[in-house]
Design a protein around this ligand. Sequence first.
Ligand SMILES: C[S@@+](CC[C@H](N)C(=O)[O-])C[C@H]1O[C@@H](n2cnc3c(N)ncnc32)[C@H](O)[C@@H]1O
Length: 313
Amino acid sequence: MTDYDHIPAMLSEAIRYLNLEPGKIIVDGTLGGAGHAKAICGKIQPDGILIGIDQDPDAVESAKQKLSAYAPGIRLFHDNFAHLHHILEVLGLDGVDGILLDLGLSLHHLRSSQRGFSFKGREVLDMRMNPRLNTTAKDLVNRMKEEALAGLFRDLGEERYARKIAKKIVERREKESIEYSDQLADIVTQAIPGSARFHQKIHPATRVFMALRIAVNRELEVLENFMKALPDYLNPGGRFCVLSYHSLEDRMVKHGLREFEKQCTCPPKFPKCICDKKPVMKSISRKAILPSMEEINQNPMARSAKMRVAEKI
Ligand SMILES: C[S@@+](CC[C@H](N)C(=O)[O-])C[C@H]1O[C@@H](n2cnc3c(N)ncnc32)[C@H](O)[C@@H]1O
């Protein structure tokens, strides 16, 4: 079994909520190991179309092989889902019947990409999911000002010891460039007080690595912009299903969907509505849908997953 063969998070729930039927046109904006994509293809064939996107060329290459049995009905793109409007234009489509996003990084990134997502071995601190991006984690760690680094670890990593860690990084890089994942993991570990380290359930560097990855891949900006355009991509009745693994992402999705559900936004003192705002989407589940304990035991990567589903009106 390769890293691209694991069972993706909340597979059966995502497939159920996407309301799949033969003939539908569905976007998987985060192909990864193509586990979700394969299950989608199985439901929309014979004449449905799966538009598969991943910003990592390795994922697209692997998906091409895994989905070869469905080749006539798949269109794969090495791209960012932020460019979905352009992809639909290329395909001559006005809208699609469903969109799945399973955000974040894949098991392949963590286990075998050798791009510094993991602190378990010596890997170059890169963290780009798309090798065409300009900035790497090494650039950020060696070039950002101490204050900015602390802000990044605090805001994107919710790291309690952000200041101490940033200070330690700056002290170290004055002596030598920080090049490798294990080197950074050691610096972070040294910056965190021993008593705090003792009580932590996760590796002390987990939050710092997550913050750097989110910054390198501009994950929050991409999601925010995507959410603004979401209803434009969907046909009426089309479903959006998103799996997020970070509280900031889930909050962004929740607020984005809430905006689309709003009726009139005129101040209450107005005698009559002048905004003419109508809901464009409705949430299918009020609260985020969480993985079962059984799934978490079988697939620890699903532990922090939160799924939200909405439908275009
Ligand atoms: C959690 S994995 C997806 C797993 C996948 N659902 C499966 O069945 O195996 C996330 C994937 O999305 C990709 N990705 C993350 N953000 C992206 C973006 N903005 N545009 C395109 N791909 C993205 C990553 O490269 C990674 O391969």
